[in-house]
Design a protein around this ligand. Structure first.
Ligand code: FAD
Length: 421
């Protein structure tokens, strides 16, 4: 079945946190918008159970000058926070090669600056959406506290915090007493803490609730949603300069949809989807884990969003749940759960906050971060003049999604944007 030509101004492929923000800002610009996703609702893939942090303070990408040595050390450990499982996959190796190049100090500095800028804009836009649309998503505005047990790691964090302040992120260096003042759940662990950095302006919240609430707002604004529809193909014109339509397959069979502009926000699947059309994106899935622990009314769970530097875990208190997330495995597209990794998260939380909640009722999840080597997303135009990208947000899609959605909508409204792939 085929619908009429230019059914919409804009079609957004993908209804994760990035696609929904993209749809929202286009609707606000007065565009007619259609969103397509293979899942029955918005946010059911990588945006489902992430760490919850809106963290400008984590703008420094994984690819930084200290990474190569750390990654080499971690290669020997199966419980390493960043795990590389080599595969016969050229895309994995190309990603890794670019990652190494991006560890060069000048490149890492440039990428940090860009990410701080986008993440800061994005944090303000999340606040604006919250205020103007009036919905809640278990948000907390108590800042993010990044704590260190190892005095050497804490010492090393001080110049990084200084650098971040120069870039405009107010990452303050604090001692253990101040840590307990900010987060009383640390009272029994004060002696284990070497120090911390604290970014009071950062936030946390449930990215899934935000995405689904915003999707409802979009529907109320006239957005059309085709859920449970797989995007199967694009049809370009003969000169390969314009995409004429997108083919989708849903419960009623195949259909063709047309729009003046199309935006790809398919997360980790953006790269394989676009490859046959000559659009090459260096996005590779970085599998992460999360555990969600019911707090059962416990007032001994932390309420400030935390980052445990040693175990590379982040904590967000989502009302009646404590979300703890971390680890990154570069091992392809499998989302399988490794029970040892799940247990390792629970053991770490139990050691730190033994009465935080009901650990026996914890639920586990994995998601595939759409990682670029630099952690900078693709936001701009492809070689096809009406095919746009808003994808590749890696570790910070919840943080940067509102900002990049706003930017791409602006580019489409202005009918101009950089050709980036
Ligand atoms: C463990 C973990 C912890 C994290 N913690 C944080 C955090 O604390 N803060 C933060 O900012 N970020 C965090 N992230 C990163 C963040 O979750 C991601 O960057 C973000 O969810 C990516 O959103 P997206 O919309 O690009 O991708 P997705 O949410 O994956 O959305 C892509 C959508 O495209 C759809 N799709 C794909 N292919 C097709 C197709 N062919 N047809 C139809 N539909 C298709 C999928 O169904 C999906 O809904 C974390 C990630 C993980 C895994």
């Amino acid at each position: 079945m085929s619908e009429r030509s230019s059914d919409f101004d804009v079609i957004v492929l993908g209804a994760g946190v990035v696609g929904i923000n993209t749809a929202y800002w286009n609707l606000r610009n007065g565009k007619s918008v259609c969103v397509i996703d293979r899942q029955p609702e918005a946010g059911l893939e990588t945006s489902f159970a992430n760490g919850g942090q809106v963290s400008v303070c984590h703008a420094e990408p994984w690819a930084n000058p200290s990474a190569p040595l750390k990654v080499l050390k971690w290669l020997m450990r199966s419980d390493a926070p960043l795990l590389f499982r080599p595969r016969f996959d050229i895309h994995q190796w190309l990603w890794l090669a670019k990652f190494m190049v991006d560890c060069l100090p000048k490149r890492a500095d440039r990428h940090t600056t860009e990410i701080v800028k986008l993440a800061t804009e994005s944090r303000s836009l999340i606040q604006r959406i919250r205020a103007e649309e009036g919905f809640h998503y278990d948000e907390r505005t108590k800042g993010i506290l990044h704590f260190y047990r190892d005095p050497r790691e804490f010492e090393a964090a001080i110049p990084v915090a200084e650098l971040m302040r120069r870039y405009g992120c107010n990452r303050e260096v604090i001692d253990a007493d101040r840590v307990v003042e900010i987060e009383p759940a640390f009272a029994d662990k004060r002696d284990e803490i070497a120090g911390a950095t604290y970014t009071a302006e950062d936030e946390s919240g449930d990215a899934l609730k935000f995405t689904q609430n915003l999707a409802r707002v979009c529907e109320n604004m006239g957005g059309v949603f085709h859920y449970s529809h797989q995007v199967t193909a694009l049809a370009a014109d003969r000169g390969m300069r314009k995409v004429n339509s997108v083919e989708v397959c849903g419960p009623g069979g195949y259909r063709t949809l047309r729009a003046r502009d199309m935006i790809v926000s398919l997360g980790s699947w953006s790269a394989p989807f676009l490859r046959p059309y000559g659009v090459r994106l260096n996005i590779y899935p970085a599998k992460g884990y999360s555990a969600t622990i019911p707090t059962n009314g416990s007032n001994l769970a932390p309420v400030t969003s935390l980052t445990d530097d040693e175990y590379k875990l982040v904590y967000s208190n989502l009302g009646d749940r404590l979300r703890v997330a971390g680890t990154a495995e570069l091992s392809g597209y499998s989302r399988s759960l490794n029970r040892t990794r799940c247990q390792a998260i629970i053991d770490n939380v139990k050691k730190l906050f033994p009465r935080a909640g009901n650990f026996d009722a914890a639920t586990f999840w994995t998601g595939l971060r759409p990682a670029t080597p630099s952690n900078i997303p693709y936001v701009g135009r492809t070689r096809y003049r009406n095919l746009w990208l808003n994808t590749g947000h890696g570790t910070l899609g919840w943080t940067m999604g509102a900002g990049s959605g706003f930017r791409i909508a602006d580019m489409i409204a202005a009918k101009e944007g950089p050709v980036i792939a």
